[in-house]
Design a protein around this ligand. Structure first.
Ligand code: PMT
Length: 210
């Protein structure tokens, strides 16, 4: 019988505010992460889903936690993970945030043309005691960068995503990815719907945990 797993999945962008009306972010819509949550729940697994600010309906049978910033996402993931769970990080987390967030809207005259930034925590790298699956959104040297991140973050697998390709990456309903393993093995997938990619990711996780 198939082992029932606990999946913790991050999705969407994070927002890093510099005042109440302005933020740094990226074009992630959350579609890829929502697909993984849906596929994992459909396969009968327990799913905790940590979503950045996105406008998508929660998949059935999924526990959802909404967050805005990278630091909130980190706190929610730490709260959600359980020993031996599968952590799938599809979120496009902002690596940097403004050093200061003003309490009120800054006037043009009050804004400097230089924003001082500080590093956000690396959520995926910091989490321990789980089977970790990462994503690598890249524009160049896609497989080399994915392999480097796989080793650096101690992952069981990373999903390499060339975001310059049409119908792949941010916002599309399809994706074309390559599964990259720490031993250098690579498994390229054809372009398919994000839900089909998600199904393949869930199966890969089941194999890794079997
Ligand atoms: O949401 P969609 O519109 O469907 O788009 C999907 C996607 C392009 C966002 C998705 O397929 C994807 O590639 N997600 C990863 C995006 C990314 O920012 O990757 P990265 O190379 O910066 O980060 C590598 C890994 O570390 C990722 O698993 C990321 O979630 C994680 N990370 C990164 C930085 C950080 N501070 N904390 C993290 O956990």
């Amino acid at each position: 019988m198939k082992k029932r797993l606990h999946f913790v999945i991050t999705a969407g962008p994070t927002r890093e505010f510099l005042d109440p009306v302005r933020f740094l972010s990226n074009p992630s819509t959350g579609k890829m992460g929502f697909a993984v949550a849906r596929a994992a729940a459909r396969a009968g697994h327990d799913v905790t889903f940590v979503a950045g600010p996105v406008a998508l309906k929660t998949p059935r049978d999924v526990k959802r936690v909404d967050v805005v910033s990278a630091r909130e996402m980190f706190a929610a993931v730490k709260e959600a993970v359980t020993p031996g769970c599968v952590f799938v990080a599809t979120a496009a987390v902002a690596d940097w945030r403004p050093a200061v967030c003003a309490g009120k809207k800054l006037k043009k005259t009050e804004m400097s043309n230089v924003i001082k930034l500080v590093r956000n925590p690396d959520i995926l790298k910091s989490i321990e005691g789980c089977v970790k699956i990462g994503f690598a959104a890249e524009t160049n040297d896609v497989l080399e960068e994915a392999q480097r991140k796989c080793r650096e973050k101690n992952l069981a697998m990373i999903v390499a995503n060339d975001v310059t390709e049409k119908g792949a990456g941010f916002g599309s309903d399809t994706n074309r990815v390559v599964f990259v393993y720490p031993d250098g093995r690579k498994e390229p997938l054809k372009k398919m719907s994000k839900l089909a990619v998600a199904g393949r990711i869930v199966r890969a996780c089941e194999n890794i945990c079997s």
